[in-house]
Write a protein that binds this ligand. Structure first.
Ligand code: FES
Length: 191
């Protein structure tokens, strides 16, 4: 058998890989499982462009934010110019363009939540996390923000963790919530 050159795509499967970041061994490259999900997404929508939002969510789920190189990667996979993908990321405030904690905690201190004890709950968050609004915990697991009404007043006082609402919360419920998130992160080797 003839030895093959690594630059020969016919013999080296890594060179046929459609993902340019994975070809370079880049940490932002989609995993095999994510590639499967992408294939399913692309086959479900009438256009590749329609898969842009779920692909961006996939990236934010994994990294906690959306790095610039990943936006270009999504643009390439969806067949749109990078400027279009940047436009989507910057339009939707739920997409984070800077690194923060693995989990985003948003506590509502608007009227309904305030009446139900949001200020006390915020104090509990400060004490339990050792940070205030706008800050990220030293272990990188949580970023805390104080926000206006989350449109979940029936759950007041409410804390949004990433895209889930939790409430009504008291100090004990808050402790259980944070412990659960920490335990999950430890199990997944993220802290
Ligand atoms: S006032 Fe807090 S969710 Fe509406």
């Amino acid at each position: 058998m003839q030895p093959f050159e690594r630059s020969d795509p016919a013999h080296d499967p890594t060179l046929r890989d459609p993902c340019p970041l994975r070809r370079l061994g880049h940490p932002l490259a989609f995993s095999a499982e994510e590639e499967d999900r992408i294939e399913r997404l692309l086959s479900r929508y009438p256009t590749r462009e329609a898969a842009i939002l779920p692909m961006l969510w996939m990236i934010q789920d994994r990294h906690g934010w959306i790095p610039e190189e990943a936006v270009s990667l999504v643009a390439e996979r969806c067949g749109v110019p990078p400027s279009h993908a940047y436009g989507v990321v910057s339009f939707y405030t739920m997409f984070r363009r800077e690194p923060g904690g693995r989990h985003q905690l948003q506590i509502c201190t608007n009227l309904s939540c305030q009446l139900m004890g949001a200020e006390h709950l915020l104090d509990c968050l400060r004490r339990r996390l050792g940070i205030g609004p706008g800050e990220t915990a030293a272990d990188g697991l949580f970023t805390l923000n104080e926000v206006e009404c989350l449109a979940a007043c029936e759950m007041a006082p409410v804390v949004q963790v990433d895209d889930e609402f939790h409430g009504p919360l008291d100090d004990r419920g808050l402790g259980e919530l944070l412990d659960g998130l920490r335990a999950r992160a430890a199990k997944e080797g993220r802290i």
